[in-house]
Design a protein around this ligand. Sequence first.
Ligand SMILES: [Zn+2]
Length: 463
Amino acid sequence: MIKYLLKIFLFFTCSCFFSQKTDSIKIRKIYDYNLTSGNCYKNLRSLCKDVGHRLSGSNSAQKAVEWANLIMNKTDLDTVYLQQITVPHWVRGATESVIWEDEKGKAHQLNCSALGGSVGTNGTIKGNVIEINNWNQLESFGEKNITGKIVFFNRPMNPTYISTGMAYGNCVDQRHNGASRAVEYGALAVLVRSMTLKFDKNPHTGSMSYLDSNKRIPAAAISTVDAHNLSQALKNNNVKSLSLQLSCKQLPDTVSYNVIGEIKGSEFPSEIILVGGHLDSWDIGEGAHDDGAGVVQSLQVLETFKRMNISPKRTLRCVMYMNEENGNRGGIHYANNVKKKGEKHLFALESDRGGFTPRGFSIDGTKLQLDYLKTFKKLFEPYQLHLFSKGYSGVDIGPLKNGELCLVGLVPDSQRYFDFHHSKEDVFENVHKRELELGAAAITSIVYLTDKYGLPSSRKLKK
Ligand SMILES: [Zn+2]
């Protein structure tokens, strides 16, 4: 305990000696550069409009790899390379239709989107609908009530959570596991209320999975407006039947790549500071917030160092991961490779919560690292970043966790993220230039400080 307190004391003492003034001037310059001359918004436009959506295994995902490789080379990084991986290849197909018929025979078409990984319907699946609002209900209805029916999971995201990410995290299990749980009771197919707090007609897709031991049944999301209407009709006993047609299918795995670029460190080149986001996106919309924003912000960090002639002490590495959305193969492969090569990562930051106004950082590291990063908090106050707290970092960098490396997630304001997330509304036009740039400046600034001062780990702090 005494040793630990001494360590804390030493790091805090060190932090007092940080030349706060020099650092605040430098951070001001980083912000100025990003808000006047940075390229992340232009790069996002190009990614969204020249490449478009980019689901793993698709031609456009390959185009995105080429785009990222080209753009990193244009940024004059010291090294740019592709890391080969294999990814799942799921295709949506042309047909997506959910129609329910009321007691008078009138057909009601719903706005739907197959969930990623779902099997198709192989023609039409027609049946009665049963609404489920929690797992206990599924269990208590049991086989007797569920067999031969279409299960409709209608649990909404909890609006009382201030963090919409938390509301999503507490609700997404029905999307991910709904089909594998419902099939145990003999369901024919599954419909899921879209994961958003917005009440509109857009369906939001996303990943789902099957258990190997289970039969596979189709699964689709329907919009919140449609979920509400269907639920009302069920309450009024006005749903005669529902028909589902999906032509999606899983193809064999295919080759793809993580795209990696770096600036070599001048003093401690073997110590790596990683910034990243994921290059793949769902196949509706343009993946602008998820995660085009994180990709272009990460690249902007290295570009800012280059253009401002800041020579990092440690190696700065930007990783554009492939396949976060439906497998995280890029993140897992990258981490395995780090282990195999014995590379030392000091700090890894992911931006994957949309290109909105940054609020701070969630830090997944030791208490010592958390306390240490909190000493930077004052420098961020003029930019209205207040959150420096323990929390989740990101899916792509998650597999790097080893008890020593400090993982960090950029936390933007979360209120509008799920309005767009995984829907056709996730397009370039819905990203705000200034908010995106503020995020890039925030990441660059924390990377700048971490590079300059290092981070406590079990090894000694090199300054
Ligand atoms: Zn994402």
